[in-house]
Design a protein around this ligand. Structure first.
Ligand code: ADP
Ligand code: MG
Length: 455
């Protein structure tokens, strides 16, 4: 139904506004006269509340509904959960600034988030998974002739993209203080752009962004699907490349894999040097922990660290360095509070939740492999088209376990079973649920398999 209403909104707010602001909204619920939406960021929620409340309320109420209020939230996967409410018909003259916003005055230098003092090359631990990205960052930080433009750093969350970008900025500031180095997130870029539009200061905006010597835009995937922001980004990008100014970009995946990023932007990004930060391996994690411990031992003098603890953490905690650091920080704080040595017992106590969350994730592929071994059939028959009972039953067991033990949806599971339909998966899951009640052997098999998979 929201989909139909969106059609109407598209017509009332116009194509560009729609793509930038309305399209990303997701209806969560309509209850007690309040329509609750998920938005990707707080800023967007505030902006939509200020500018499009009337239009949205209007279309919501055309179908006899009575919605009085809109409410926006940032879902947990997008960051902190915060709520912003808006009353109907907000006075159009009252401008509520987004909490993170620093208004850019014409002629001012561009305000951006300050660089994090900790994020330097000195504190960056180099290992196999990040050595290429590190080398490329070092090269750019020398500030010599522009050899690759842009430099694109990509990789999963918490693998050091922002750290490397700040390190480049610090290094450039030290070596070439005369350079105008600008670091900002893609979200900030969008915010400035929208604000310039709103205040009719596009000339200032263009001037500011085209006069930097080094432009760094972090998390560029954020502008995917935001048409006019991408357009402006593209022009800024071209203008700087034409002037032979260095551009450094980060993204959470390879440019080619960012959906809804325009092809021309993708191909621009791919023109330069694209390097990825791989998930950390055990050695890198251990190295990072050791270097952190050296820093902590200054802050917590006299704290003892039992052998094996760091190895244990490097083994058990996921590839995300932020999680690893958080665990260590908590461990040191806790140990100094209770005045105990950091040993395995303390570690297990203090980090029980982190360790549980970091437990190995079970995959559909692994389930298929274990189940076919268990029933002594070939993996190719498990995922293949044959309908023989001797293949169909293990296949259903594997589907059932996939549903139970992974977070995959039915269609996703179906795809991994030779492209089967989600209804086939649902049928399989139900069948096993029934059989577990009536067939002792099946119940035992499933239990057995579950235990070995979870071990
Ligand atoms: P990303 O931007 O890729 O999500 P960050 O750069 O914010 O990740 O890194 C997350 C945290 O992990 C930061 O505190 C950062 O200092 C730390 N970190 C990541 N990689 C390394 C590394 N190789 N050496 C030291 N610290 C690292
Ligand atoms: Mg980052």
């Amino acid at each position: 139904k929201w989909d139909d209403l969106r059609e109407t909104l598209l017509r009332t707010v116009g194509e560009n506004n729609f793509r930038t602001w309305i399209e990303p909204l997701r209806v969560v619920e309509v209850q007690d006269g309040i329509a609750l939406f998920d938005v990707p960021t707080n800023f967007m929620g505030n902006y939509v509340a200020q500018n499009f409340s009337d239009a949205i309320l209007h279309v919501l109420n055309t179908n006899g509904e009575s919605v009085q209020r809109l409410s926006f939230q940032v879902p947990a996967e997008f960051g902190e959960r915060t709520l912003s409410n808006t009353m109907p018909n907000p006075a159009p003259t009252v401008r509520r600034e987004a909490p993170t916003a620093t208004p850019a005055r014409a002629g001012d230098a561009i305000q951006t988030a300050p660089l994090e003092p900790r994020f330097t090359f000195d504190s960056f631990v180099v290992g196999k998974p990040n050595e290429l990205a590190h080398a490329a960052a070092r090269r750019v930080a020398e500030g010599g002739a522009v050899t690759f433009n842009p430099l694109v750093l990509y990789g999963g969350v918490g693998l050091g993209k922002t750290h490397l970008m700040h390190a480049i900025a610090w290094e450039l500031k030290a070596r070439k203080p005369e350079l105008n180095v600008l670091y900002l997130s893609a979200e900030q870029f969008m915010y400035r752009f929208v604000q310039a539009l709103r205040e009719r200061k596009m000339m200032d905006f263009k001037h500011l962004f085209r006069s930097v010597d080094v432009l760094m835009v972090d998390d560029v995937q954020f502008i995917a699907g935001k048409e006019s922001t991408q357009e402006e980004f593209f022009h800024t990008f071209n203008a700087l490349v034409d002037q032979n100014k260095q551009i450094i970009i980060s993204a959470d995946r390879a440019p080619g894999e960012i959906k809804e990023l325009e092809d021309r932007v993708k191909s621009r990004l791919q023109c330069g040097l694209v390097v990825d930060l791989h998930p950390t391996d055990y050695e890198l994690r251990l190295g990072i922990l050791q270097s952190k411990v050296l820093q902590y031992q200054d802050s917590y003098p006299g704290l003892e660290l039992a052998p094996g603890v760091l190895e244990f953490l490097a083994q058990r905690i996921s590839t995300n360095v932020r999680v690893l650091e958080g665990a260590l920080t908590r461990l040191f704080a806790f140990a100094s509070l209770v005045g105990r040595e950091i040993d395995m017992d303390l570690t297990q106590d203090c980090l029980a939740d982190v360790l549980r969350a970091a437990e190995r994730k079970i995959t559909v592929e692994e389930i298929q492999r274990r189940v076919s071994e268990y029933y002594n059939i070939r993996l190719s028959d498990m995922v293949g088209p044959k309908r023989l009972r001797s293949f169909a039953r293990p296949r259903q067991v594997a589907m059932y376990l996939s549903k139970q033990l992974t977070s995959r949806s039915l269609p996703e599971i179906g795809r991994r079973f030779g492209g089967r339909d989600h209804t086939t998966v649902m049928h399989g899951v139900r069948r096993i649920e029934e059989l577990k009640q009536t067939d002792g052997q099946i119940a035992e098999d499933v239990e057995m398999l579950r235990r070995t998979l979870e071990a």
